[in-house]
Design a protein around this ligand. Structure first.
Ligand SMILES: C[S@@+](CC[C@H](N)C(=O)[O-])C[C@H]1O[C@@H](n2cnc3c(N)ncnc32)[C@H](O)[C@@H]1O
Length: 248
């Protein structure tokens, strides 16, 4: 299923699950530097859009556009692979947690380079997600999907990145990206939390149901906490998220 229809279907309630965390906002703002104009491609509800610059949001899903908060910048329906913008018409093209949904991610990245002299992309290493405990131990079916998606190192290489900045997940991260609850396993028992994760929405519901049943048993018996003491001792964990900054 193309990313657009996916988000028209699963995007309902998205703005409740994805809440901008200041600990990611700060490095995104630093990467935007002195840019005055920004195109946010695959903008969704605009989680990490700056408030103090001119922003044009480009987003294919009308369900996602509908959920943009009232103060958010205007949004135009468009896909990354064919941006309705002139060459070099904005200072920065940004793309946050969206490249893995694009039908043709290389063409999309070429479009980012065409419309702006600078690109800021937040993506993740799909191998780390495929090895996340929730995937490895409970829903291994997700690994195949993750490994089929473009990974942060591929994106950095394609953009010939100037810098690749690790974006670790604090244990109490507010933004409900898939591995956000790495130290709060009970969260995955909540269907609202699961609904915010496209990897779960794109996996066989029976496989997810089976995994959740086993997770509940392991939490009730204390097995999860016994076997994950190493994680419980950490305040942040590197789930493979990377901020990729490039000048074309
Ligand atoms: C996980 S959401 C991220 C949204 C937003 N950037 C954020 O971080 O909250 C992925 C977004 O990519 C959009 N998307 C899917 N296919 C796309 C494409 N070909 N071009 C641009 N955006 C696309 C989806 O509609 C969805 O809004």
């Amino acid at each position: 299923m193309a990313g657009t229809e996916l988000y028209d279907r699963i995007g309902t309630g998205y703005s409740l699950g994805r809440r901008t965390d200041p600990r990611w906002m700060a490095p995104v703002l630093a990467a935007l530097g002195t840019a005055r104009s920004v195109a946010d491609v695959g903008a969704g509800t605009g989680s990490y859009e700056p408030r103090d610059r001119t922003v044009l949001a480009l987003e294919p899903s009308s369900e996602m556009i509908r959920q943009r908060p009232p103060h958010a910048s205007p949004a135009v329906r468009a896909i990354a692979e064919a941006l309705p913008l002139q060459d070099n018409s904005v200072d920065v093209a940004m793309a946050v947690l969206t490249v893995h949904h694009w039908t043709d991610w290389r063409t999309g990245l070429a479009e980012l380079r065409r419309v702006a002299p600078r690109q800021v992309v937040l993506a993740y290493d799909t191998r780390v997600h495929a090895d996340f405990w929730f995937v490895r131990e409970y829903v291994p079916e997700i690994a195949e999907l993750e490994l089929s998606r473009p990974s942060a190192p591929d994106i950095a290489q394609e953009l010939d990145a100037d810098s690749v900045i690790p974006m670790p997940l604090p244990w109490d991260f507010t933004d409900g990206v898939f591995p956000a609850h790495w130290r709060r396993p009970e969260a995955y028992l909540d269907p609202r939390v699961r609904r915010a994760c496209s990897a779960l929405a794109q996996t066989d519901p029976d496989a997810v149901e089976r995994g959740i049943r086993r997770l509940r048993e392991d939490l009730d018996s204390g097995w999860w906490h016994e076997t994950h003491q190493d994680l419980l001792a950490l305040d942040e964990w590197d789930a493979g998220f990377r901020l990729i900054v490039s000048r074309s």
